[in-house]
Each structure stands twice: as C-alpha cells, then as structure tokens.
Design a protein around this ligand. Structure first.
Ligand code: PMP
Length: 350
C-alpha cells in the first residue's frame, strides 16, 4: 500500500466502530443503541418550518439546548458545552485539558476511543488495571498526572462506581482535569454532576445517543466549571463554530422536555436487562453487574468467539472484542423484551 503522508497518521490505529449491518432482519445487540424510538415530541418539532430554516446556519452557541440542559441538571448555562456526539466532546476535551506534556491515566479496560485520541493528539498514557471484580480502581490513579478519564459506568464491563468513590478520587486529584464519561449513567447510576461546583477540575460528559435514542443525530454534552467550558469553547471555535446542526438542537431540546417518555424507556431497559441477566445466569454464564443498557457476559460451555459466530449465523448480532482480557466475554446490548426473548431462544438452541 502507498505510504501515508505523515508518520503520525501512518502509525495511527483508528477506533473500529461496531458493525452497522446493511441487512434488516438481524436482531442488533452490538452497539448499545436504544431499542425504542426517540420521544414523539421529536417528530413534532422537526416541522416544515424547521426544514425551511435549514438554509440558515445554526446558533453557534446552541444557546437553547445549553439552557435546557442547565435547567434539567440544576446548573448554569455557562457550565454546559455541547458537541456532535460525546465522541466529539471527548476529542475537544483531550486537546483542551490533556495536552500537558505528562501522561494521562485511564483504566486498561475502558472506552477504546481514549487511546486513539491520545495517539492522535500525541498525549502520553499510563493505563491502570481493573480490580479483581472488574471494577475501576480509583486508588490506582496517582498524582502527578496529565489528567484522568474513565467511563462511569465503565464500558464494556457495565460496572458503575458509587459517587463516594468518585469523590475520593477527586479529593486526591486536584491538580489536573478529571473527566467522568457518563454515556450510560441513566440506566441506574448516580451522576457526578452534583460535584461540579465543589470540584473545579471535574468535567462530566453525557450523551443523547443511549438513554434518549438519538444516536443518529449525534449530540453529546459536557458539564463543569465555567472555566473548563470556556476552554472547550476556544478549542471548538478553532475547529468548527457550528457543532450542532439545527435539527439536532431542536430535537435534543424536545427530548429533554419529555421526561415521562425518557423515564419509561430507561425503566423498560433496566427491567429487560435484569430479566436477561437472570436468563444468562441460569444458562451458566458469568455476568458482571451492569448499570448500563448492555451486559458483559462470559459463556462457560463454549468460547465467546464461537458463541458470537453461532449467534451471528442465526441473525443475532452481539459484540465480541478480540483482545486479551476481553475475549472471554460478549457484550450484549439490551433490546426490547421480544428481541431479548428471541436472543435467549437462539442461545438455547445453539
Ligand atoms: N463514551 C462511551 C463510554 C461510549 O461507549 C460511547 C459510545 N460508543 C461514547 C462515549 C460515544 O457516544 P456518542 O458519541 O454517540 O455520544
């Protein structure tokens, strides 16, 4: 193959997103999407007038959405940053806070985009092993560091740390920015957003992709001290002044205005998750305790790879990570009750 133009790019190992198959008949449990559609209020706001307004640039400050998120979380608008999916918010955060010339710390097993950003932005990394029970070891993060980041709940394990652990970590790490990636917080975890006034170096990142069924619109946001948000705005404005398109912004606002629908979707997913865990335990799987919309489970009767392949040939797609430490497990997103029943039936018939 022809050489790429820069040695940095030549050596990049990009993130490989989960498969988005073109065929429709699959039970798709591989990328932690929400099995339910977005709130019906989203349909109402994507009106003819909104479509006509697409000739105009969007509000570069996404003011309406920031105010909506601020009111929802009981914080100030200048404590909110929004971006094109939390992936983009994370990328800006790496540039804004982690390019300090010293290594950032994150768990060895966590969101696989972190090492990709670190390489892209030439940031050193120092990864920390999980505890024996697969939970994140907050006491392993030691000062000095160039920043700390981890998902809570963690991915792909699904395990959530209590707020008391996050507080302990923050009390020990006051000299660099600590990012808690809460992509899955709405499925039973306790958000660290309540700590942002107390810890000026804490940035909490969330997304509308999972609990609000808007993965296709790409909306993520960060919450923290106004000073952290200003830093993110500077980076964003040096990259793309319009992070959110007009439709994404109105849809996101509508979604936050439908609390009843949001709560009922999350509750259904939590109930279905608990049912799925019970079924997998009955079948002899090891299942990690999940506070997310997926479960991380180890088959004991066959290898995870075989089970993955055999499910795939029966039109059920789950996620298999071909990496040491993860390759005994399958990550199974929680679908509708009907999808999960079919999944269990297929498993039973393998
Ligand atoms: N953080 C974690 C831990 C994730 O698993 C994901 C989803 N792949 C993201 C962030 C990014 O989500 P999005 O860009 O859709 O907001």
């Amino acid at each position: 193959m022809a050489k790429l133009w820069s040695p940095l790019v030549e050596n990049l190992e990009p993130y490989v997103p989960g498969e988005q198959p073109k065929v429709k008949n699959l039970i798709k449990l591989n990328t932690n999407e929400n099995p339910y559609p977005p709130s019906p209020k989203v349909n109402e706001v994507v009106s003819e007038d909104e479509i006509a307004a697409l000739r105009l640039y969007p509000d570069p400050d996404s003011s309406r959405l920031k105010q909506t998120i601020a009111s929802y979380h009981g914080i100030q608008k200048d404590q909110v940053f929004v971006g094109n999916g939390s992936d983009e918010v994370l990328a800006h955060s790496f540039v804004a806070f982690f390019k300090q010339g010293s290594a950032i710390q994150f768990p060895k097993v966590s969101y696989s985009f972190y090492p990709v950003y670190a390489n892209l932005f030439e940031i050193e990394t120092n990864t920390k092993g999980l505890k024996k029970d697969f939970s994140v070891d907050v006491d392993a993060f030691t000062q000095p560091n160039g920043g700390v980041i981890f998902p809570n709940p963690n991915a792909p394990t699904g395990i959530c740390l209590p707020l008391s652990d996050i507080r302990r970590l923050l009390a020990e790490n006051t000299e660099s920015v600590v990012i808690i990636d809460e992509a899955y917080i709405d499925f039973g975890g306790e958000s660290a957003v309540s700590l942002i006034d107390e810890f000026k170096n804490l940035l909490v990142i969330q997304t509308l992709s999972k609990s609000r069924s808007l993965a296709g619109l790409r909306i993520g946001f960060a919450m923290g001290n106004a000073n952290l948000i200003e830093a993110l705005d500077r980076v964003k404005n040096s990259f793309n002044s319009y992070p959110l398109d007009r439709l994404a912004e109105v849809a996101a606002v509508a979604s936050f205005e439908d609390e009843t629908y949001f709560k009922s979707c999350c509750d259904s997913i939590i109930d279905t998750r608990e049912w799925t865990v019970e079924q997998l335990l009955n079948k002899g799987f090891d299942v990690l305790p999940s506070k997310t919309n997926f479960v991380f489970a180890k088959p004991n009767h066959d290898s995870a790879k075989n089970v993955f392949n055999r499910l795939r040939s029966n039109d059920v797609l789950v996620r298999y990570f071909d990496k040491p430490g993860l390759n005994d497990y399958l990550r199974i997103s929680i679908g509708t009750p009907k999808e999960m029943e079919t999944f269990i039936q297929v498993l039973n018939a393998l």
